[in-house]
Design a protein around this ligand. Structure first.
Ligand code: NAP
Length: 277
């Protein structure tokens, strides 16, 4: 077994965050997890009183984040691994979805993660070590009508993660963007925010996609416990990857996207080259 680490995970009430916390505790690590209710705090800490610590935090409460990190470092110990897992999916045709809904999607999925990183980075940099995992999505590579804001947020987090991995490499801090396919969590159920329908023109395109997502909820291919085991393997690796896909659905869809993108780049190469000099 590898040495025991302190792992800070946002969003441990359900899904990936809860499964990863449980798996990490099973492996002898200590986990600090964020939750948003007293009930979720009690439920999380009951998992393992000596190694599961919950803190109340909404990741969009940006001014509270520095204080939480400082308190955890003092009370529990230096954080070795930060897992930015908290996030949700917004579903809605873009023309029907308000800018406020987009801002909320980016506040949680992007700004929340970046705020957590910025609070912890000075400490990890001083210690010349650490590992940051950002849970993105296959939706950070591929797109689907009806989830523009979600894909936009996950593309953003992929780009930020990759850039950050280059900036932090000299300090021995690893960054891994973990992009799951479809998994059996609460993502497409209680957590999803759905914009009300308004424009009938989009019905033929969008209605079957919404219906398919609702029908698939709870029956997705991916097992969150196996995802947690894979994430823990990355956390315990001496040379973690910058990008990791989870699930054969993500693998197939992302490979196809890269092939289509590559073919389009080739098809337009003459025009691309025409602007030099
Ligand atoms: P989940 O079961 O709904 O869990 C989401 C977690 O995030 C919950 O603990 C939730 O807390 C927390 N959260 C949401 N908004 C928050 C906020 N503003 N501040 C703090 N915590 C917040 O779904 P999940 O699938 O495990 O989601 C985890 C991550 O995986 C997300 O980033 C999601 O986009 C990503 N992902 C999921 C899938 C999938 O198929 N499941 C695929 C690709 C990527 P509450 O209980 O308080 O709401």
């Amino acid at each position: 077994m590898s040495s025991s680490k302190i792992i800070f995970i946002t969003g441990v009430s359900s899904g990936f965050g809860r499964a990863l916390a449980q798996e990490a505790i099973n492996h002898g690590h200590r986990v600090v997890g964020t939750v948003r209710s007293a009930e979720a705090k009690a439920s999380f800490e009951a998992l393992a009183p000596a190694s599961a610590f919950a803190r109340l935090l909404d990741v969009t409460d940006f001014t509270a984040i520095d204080g939480v990190i400082a308190e955890v470092e003092a009370a529990v110990g230096p954080i070795d691994v930060l897992v930015n897992n908290a996030g949700y999916g917004h579903e809605g045709v873009m023309e029907e979805s308000s800018l406020d809904e987009m801002k909320r999607q980016f506040d949680v999925n992007v700004f929340g993660a970046v705020a957590m990183i910025k609070a912890l980075l000075p400490l990890m940099r001083q210690r010349r070590g650490g590992h940051i995992l950002n849970i993105t999505s296959m939706g950070g590579f591929i797109t689907l009508p009806g989830i523009a804001y979600y894909c936009g947020s996950k593309f953003a987090l992929e780009g930020i993660s990759e850039t950050l991995s280059q900036e932090l490499q000299p300090f021995g801090i690893a960054v891994t963007a973990v992009a799951p396919g479809s998994f059996r969590t609460d993502w497409a159920g209680r957590s999803m925010v759905r914009s009300p329908r308004a424009i009938a023109d989009y019905d033929p395109l969008f209605n079957p996609l919404r219906q398919a997502r609702e029908a698939k909820n709870g029956k997705q291919l991916g097992d969150p416990v196996k995802a947690a085991q894979a994430m823990l393997a990355v956390i315990e690796s001496d040379s973690p990857p910058t990008h990791l896909l989870l699930g054969s659905d993500a693998l197939g869809l992302v490979r196809n996207k890269l092939a289509v993108l590559s073919a389009e780049i080739d098809a337009w190469e003459h025009l691309t080259r025409s602007t030099d000099g």
